[in-house]
Design a protein around this ligand. Structure first.
Ligand code: PLZ
Length: 440
């Protein structure tokens, strides 16, 4: 069923049906599970989410960078329909099926580097990050893991330890897993003049002094930090860290859960500086909205765990694998890497124009369809999370789904599906421009 690609509000938001559902949610679901908007979805596709009251909202979130190929991609729908008719589950560890192997082959081929690789599949990003650490520990026979300021890697116990921000992710949920160490990264807007090589040297010095390379199993890094504020490190930072890892036998793990699958205008964000990770973790955009994640990497590292050491009941579920194959085909057939670059051009142009008239917009950054604006109090670099919240709230009221992020909560982030039209993007940025004017 096709969805008209136009923003249209037929009620105030939230409408009466969403309000009814929100009351049921409040009575049935703990408050710990928050929602960005109090609006319930009925259908979604292209660049639109239709709510249960018939409002058409512009989607600048993709369900947090998941529906890269759209939320109702025809190829994904067809593949799922066919797979549902055949079977929904047998468990790959009991009687395997070809979809899992095909996804592994495709990831081995598409991820950076032409070395011999293996891929293992899981359900969530956090589960895959945990398994990347398990594999790196089995391979190196070392314990320590290093992560960065502003990092986000998940909400399970090990990945909470790896995630930087206390609230909302960690507060009250400890004790956390041991042997996780945090070091400084590269945050050009807040780093002054520190270039990539100098930022890497600072991190390496901290690691060598405080942990010791001989104790370090893995360095885990998002090539562009996501939840932490869409922070793109200075040029040279990632290659220098990767080179140091190679020299010291530390496993370099790229967490491309948010940046992967065309999101940043490359199939994987590491490609921009020709960084070849030892292990790459993917999820989100991999399967058009079905839960699937993967660890792909050098065969000699991936083969370290003993037989039976890796797995899980649902990892690489046949429905998720069918959806992933269709999503990967769609990215290629529809030229979505190129489309992400076009979206980058349009959004950066609109945001730069806004920034030129508004000194509260301090930094506009990002790549592809992963762009952000960092907001501060005028004449300072003091974060302004309240402004981010207010602008987002006004945009929500006018039918634009926009998310915030950042360690300081002061970053507006734009993550549209790559199937969104230019017209919808322009309309959304007209709404955002009005929201900035209204908060003056
Ligand atoms: N690594 C880089 O971005 C998930 C989290 C939303 P899961 N980001 C969205 C929230 O508030 O829970 C993410 C990520 C990076 C790992 C993860 C974790 O992926 O599929 O949410 O477990």
């Amino acid at each position: 069923m096709s969805i008209e690609q136009k923003r249209r509000l037929v009620t105030d938001l939230p409408g009466p049906r969403s309000q009814e559902l929100m009351a049921r949610k409040t009575a049935a679901v703990p408050d710990g599970v928050g929602t960005t908007m109090p609006v319930f979805a009925a259908r979604a596709g292209g660049g639109i989410v239709v709510d249960v009251d018939g409002n058409h909202l512009i989607d600048l979130g993709s369900g947090i960078a998941v529906t890269t190929v759209g939320a109702s991609s025809p190829r994904v729908q067809d593949a799922l329909t066919k797979q549902i008719e055949d079977f929904t589950h047998t468990c790959f560890m009991v009687t395997p099926y070809d979809g899992y192997v095909t996804v592994a082959e495709k990831l081995n081929q598409l991820t950076p580097g032409d070395h011999d690789k293996r891929t293992v599949l899981f359900n969530s990003g956090a589960e895959a990050v945990e398994n990347a650490v398990k594999i790196a520990r089995a391979h190196t026979k070392r314990d320590a893991v290093v992560v960065f300021d502003h990092a986000y890697h998940g909400r399970t116990n090990l990945t909470m330890a790896m995630t930087a921000k206390n609230k909302p992710y960690k507060h009250g949920f400890g004790p956390f897993a041991p042997e996780v160490y945090r070091t400084a990264g590269s945050y050009p807007y807040r780093d002054g003049d520190l270039d990539g090589a100098a930022a890497a040297a600072r991190a390496i010095d901290q690691i060598e002094k405080q942990i010791g390379a001989e104790n370090l199993a893995a360095l885990v890094i998002e090539p562009i930090q996501g939840e932490g504020g869409f922070i793109e490190p200075a040029i040279g930072f990632l290659p220098a860290l990767a080179a140091w890892c190679r020299a010291t036998g530390v496993v370099f793990v790229a967490d491309e859960v948010q940046t992967g699958f065309a999101r940043t205008g490359d199939l994987f964000a590491c490609e921009r500086e020709s960084v070849v990770p030892d292990l790459i973790v993917t999820a989100k955009g991999i399967a058009g909205g079905l839960p699937l994640s993967a660890v792909t990497g050098r065969a000699e590292i991936m083969q370290a765990p003993h037989v039976g050491g890796l797995g899980g009941t649902y990892g690489g579920n046949p429905l998720s694998c069918a959806a992933a194959i269709a999503a990967m085909e769609t990215i290629e057939a529809d030229g979505l890497v190129q489309r992400a670059r076009e979206i980058e051009g349009l959004i950066l142009e609109r945001l730069s124009r806004l920034r030129d008239q508004d000194d509260r917009i301090a930094d506009v950054r990002g790549r592809g369809a992963m762009i952000a604006a960092e907001l501060v109090r005028p004449g300072s670099d003091e974060p302004d999370p309240r402004l981010a919240r207010d602008v987002a709230r006004l945009a929500h009221q006018d039918g634009v789904v926009v998310l915030t992020c950042g360690t300081y909560g002061n970053v507006l982030r734009f993550l549209p599906p790559l199937t969104i039209s230019d017209d919808l993007l322009h309309d959304a940025f007209d709404v955002l421009a009005a929201a900035f004017r209204e908060t003056r």
